[in-house]
Design a protein around this ligand. Structure first.
Ligand code: SME
Length: 161
């Protein structure tokens, strides 16, 4: 991990471990990631609700995809496969659901507890191939921090106009 990634991990770890409220913990996590990592143009958390993901806290422009069925998009694929997905060129991936015309690459990391998907971290970048193994490692560690916080709670859907 780079110094920037380590600083982001330290900041999120401090904020999340010191925050008993799951809603606040998820909000702080997305804010701190977006602040520390300039390539993270859009940073959000989707939560699993039956066979759909709904958008919770996010930092960036409003997304048209506030609900995504499990079979759709890169988000749906990561949740179904229970695996992180990095897409270097979103326009070359037929699964991709466009959020912004500017987006060039994306990473999605499931948030899991005891093998069950609770949600996922979804990051878009305006830079092509912005995400590396360091991003995956960072986000998997943050997902592991968030999982026990959000288990058994209901994170509010994002407010959209
Ligand atoms: N690109 C995602 C949809 C969510 S937006 O990026 C916020 C996908 O393909 O699932």
């Amino acid at each position: 991990m780079t110094d920037r990634h380590q600083a982001a991990l330290d900041a999120v770890t401090t904020a999340v471990t010191g925050e008993p409220d799951a809603q606040r913990a998820t909000e702080r996590a997305v804010q701190l990631l977006a602040q520390h990592l300039p390539d993270y143009t859009w940073t959000g958390i989707y939560l699993l609700d039956g066979n759909e993901l709904y958008l919770g806290p996010y930092a960036g422009k409003p997304s048209p995809h506030t609900r995504i069925p499990l079979g759709r998009g890169i988000c749906g694929a990561a949740a179904s496969e229970k695996a992180s997905i990095i897409v270097d060129d979103v326009n070359a991936d037929p699964r991709y659901l466009a959020c912004s015309i500017e987006t060039r690459s994306e990473i999605v990391v499931p948030i899991m507890l005891d093998g069950e998907v609770l949600g996922e971290l979804d990051i878009d970048s305006d830079k092509p191939a912005a995400f590396t193994a360091a991003d995956q490692k960072l986000l998997e560690q943050i997902a592991a921090l968030l999982a026990p916080k959000i288990a058994g709670t209901r994170i509010r859907p994002a407010d959209h106009p």
